[in-house]
Design a protein around this ligand. Structure first.
Ligand code: PMP
Length: 435
């Protein structure tokens, strides 16, 4: 008998059992499978497990689903496209209508210097693409020595060869042998409780550029707001000042907007929030609200001018997927129609205000956020264990939050209602207070 033939508790137990016997989960311990939370369905800001228990989704999984769970419109867009043309490669001269329309739409929404779009399957692939394109652009323009990538401690860019090498989180880098060379790290851009750190960070950037030699540096990569590294918004003047320095030295700016785009911080792209025009923007997650894996790299005029005429021998089988593109277009339509970008600002400010009093606790370093991207960072020798405890405790009370290191990460769907937002804040406050 298979698990499908059982119902109720028996089905739940068999599924959990089969999970532990058969799957390797991302970010799990080999040979020591965790007790799985087997999810079954979702609607709006709520998901249900196979036992029928409901949970308020305080994280959108890993920052996807701005439009919430269970949107029939997105399922219909996927089904319609699958029925017409499920997939065909986009290599070389092959194309499809949804990808063309999506590229047009993204360029309408992006900063004005953006010119072209490369469609991917997700964020890591997007960052691999952007890093390679930045390096190729300088190589093609006659500067093959110009390959160094500046990255930041606390930055997260993915799990591929280049994207992991550019990730400044030690626990994620260990054990895999030598990573891609040519990456140089700068300090984490964190101003605890509003301390003025921009001068120090920009000064460090200038010094490192002088040490390495600007003629060797291809690009700087960073997230507008650190995500996995702890939901850390930079000081307001950080990005414009970094952009000025990079431009002066001909260094391209790759902005990793895998989390920050599509309303998460109240704008189509976080670049607009911080008033900058990067040379490459990498995005994913909110692009399709996670209904299907999809990402995009947007390329600006400077990088395209440098790379003009270069053979870009790069691409993954499923790039330019017509079904992903159709879902992305429908998802963008919902974000616009329902005013979810504005909603992110309003609800994010409410949630931040509700959690701010936690800063009075000695074991809370900071409560911070921008839009619907918030973090509660704990402090003390056992902070990471305490954060994991908060995650477990809240879940037992029907609220999903996520511990990332010492920070409890919040990024609810932008459609969450105020009642559930209050419950989320209340349950989190209880567990952080008791941590
Ligand atoms: N960049 C950022 C900022 C991310 O948060 C993530 C995923 N959490 C990635 C890149 C990698 O994206 P993916 O997991 O889709 O490869």
């Amino acid at each position: 008998m298979t698990t499908q033939e059982h119902v109720g508790t028996e089905r739940a137990e068999l599924l959990a059992d089969a999970d532990k016997r058969t799957l390797i989960h991302p970010h799990s311990v080999i040979g020591a499978p965790a007790e799985p939370l087997v999810l079954d369905r979702g609607e709006g800001a709520v998901v249900w497990d196979v036992n029928g228990r409901s949970y308020i989704d305080g994280t959108c999984g890993l920052w996807q689903c701005p439009v919430g769970h269970g949107r029939d419109e997105l399922a219909a867009a996927a089904a319609e496209q699958m029925g017409r043309l499920e997939f065909y490669s986009s290599f070389g001269d092959y194309s499809n209508e949804p990808s063309i329309r999506l590229a047009e739409r993204l360029l309408e929404l992006a900063p004005p210097n953006m010119r072209r779009v490369f469609l991917t399957n997700g964020g890591s692939e997007g960052n691999e693409t952007a890093i390679k394109l930045a390096r190729l652009a300088h190589h093609h323009a006659g500067n093959p020595e110009r390959f160094v990538i500046l990255a930041r401690e606390g930055g997260y860019h993915g799990m591929g060869g280049g994207s992991l090498a550019a990730t400044g989180i030690d626990r994620l880098r260990a054990g895999f042998g030598p990573l891609m060379p040519g990456i140089e790290f700068l300090a984490k851009p964190h101003s605890v409780r509003g301390a003025d750190v921009t001068d120090r960070l920009v000064g460090e950037l200038e010094e490192r550029i002088a040490e390495i030699g600007p003629e060797r540096i291809a690009a700087f990569i960073g997230e507008p707001v650190l995500g996995v590294g702890g939901m850390v918004p930079p000081p307001e003047d950080y990005w414009p000042r970094v952009q000025d320095v990079l431009r002066r030295h001909g260094i391209l700016l790759i902005l990793d907007e895998v989390v920050t785009a599509f309303g998460r911080i109240g704008h189509w792209f976080g670049s607009a929030r911080y008033g900058i025009e990067p040379d490459l923007i990498v995005t994913a997650k909110g692009l399709t609200s996670g209904y299907i894996p999809m990402g995009a790299v947007l390329a600006g005029e400077r990088v395209l001018d440098l790379a003009d005429g270069a053979a870009f021998l790069h691409g993954f089988t499923y790039n330019g997927h017509p079904v992903g593109s159709a879902v992305a277009l429908a998802n963008i339509g919902i974000l616009e129609r329902e005013g979810l970008l504005e909603r992110a600002e309003t609800l994010g400010a409410q949630l931040l205000a509700a959690l701010k009093p936690l800063e009075r606790l000695d074991h809370v370093l900071e409560v911070r956020g921008v839009g619907m991207m918030l973090g509660v960072e704990l402090t003390g020798p056992d902070a990471a264990t305490a954060a994991a405890g908060v995650q477990a405790g809240a879940r037992a009370d029907g609220v999903i939050v996520r511990a990332s290191g010492t920070t409890i990460v919040l990024s609810p769907p932008l459609v969450i209602d105020e009642g559930r937002l209050d419950t989320l804040a209340r349950v989190l406050t209880e567990h952080v207070t008791a941590a």
